[in-house]
Design a protein. Structure first.
Length: 253
């Protein structure tokens, strides 16, 4: 895919988006992939290329985020072990499926999926938090989250984090664990896209997302221990729903 050159101000705007998305992702365990993918797809980037680029960026941001969460002791290692393998398997399947689907046909479907995720996040914000308890259904959730994340360009955090929280998992431990597990998911998905698409998908816009995301990653882990999740969850859901809806409107009109 050809990458149009970006003016310095445009690169700065993508750095700002990457910073903001990763700050929210590190604090809530979700949002970087869905916000970045929605932005790129809405701007006309093919869904497979958008997902590939975002996952490549997330390989770096989740590495920094995972280390930061480990230092802040935000990780439940037993939950990590139950999520990582199903998540990786689902991610490979989702990435392969997306590369076999026409870009024009996939774009409205992906945007509709992201709109649903946004609405789900708004609903979750009104039902948060539940009584703390150990979640029982983990492995199927990791498989579904990995598949939807790769196929939709984002969704691991919204699907996995929100469902674990609804089932009563500890918010701080859940956010740290899901963020850390995501590194292995994004690494595998990026390798799958690299094998099927080549390196053309990585644009200067994604370079901006990478710079902003890496800068913000340590701050997100710090915020996870101190911030009130409910208002941020609501904001992410509203922004995601509106941006995805705008993308759907552009696709049909």
């Amino acid at each position: 895919m050809e990458s149009p050159s970006l003016m310095p101000t445009e690169l700065l705007s993508f750095i700002a988006v990457g910073f903001a998305a990763q700050l929210v992702d590190g604090a809530l365990g979700m949002a970087f992939g869905v916000i970045s993918s929605t932005l790129l797809v809405s701007l006309g980037v093919p869904p497979a290329a958008a997902s590939a680029g975002v996952h490549t960026v997330e390989t770096f941001t989740t590495a920094v985020s995972g280390i930061s969460h480990a230092l802040h002791r935000n990780i439940d290692w037993k939950l990590f072990a139950r999520l990582v393998i199903p998540g990786v398997i689902g991610g490979v399947l989702g990435a392969y499926l997306l590369t076999q689907v026409s870009a024009e046909a996939a774009r409205p479907i992906v945007l509709a999926y992201l709109s649903c995720i946004g609405i789900l996040l708004i609903w979750r914000s009104w039902h948060y938090p539940p009584k703390i308890k150990n979640p029982r259904i983990v492995e199927p959730l990791g498989l579904a989250g990995g598949f939807l994340d790769a196929a939709g360009g984002g969704g691991w955090g919204p699907v996995v984090t929100s469902n674990l929280l609804i089932h009563g998992a500890s918010p701080r431990k859940t956010i740290g664990t899901v963020n850390t597990t995501e590194f292995f998911l994004t690494l595998t998905v990026s390798a799958t896209f690299l094998f099927t698409l080549g390196v053309e998908f990585f644009t200067k816009a994604m370079l901006g997302l990478l710079i902003g995301g890496v800068i913000a990653a340590p701050f997100g882990a710090w915020l996870a221990k101190r911030i009130e999740p409910r208002p941020l969850l609501m904001i992410v859901g509203v922004v995601l729903t509106l941006t995805s809806g705008f993308g759907i409107w552009r696709a049909f009109f």
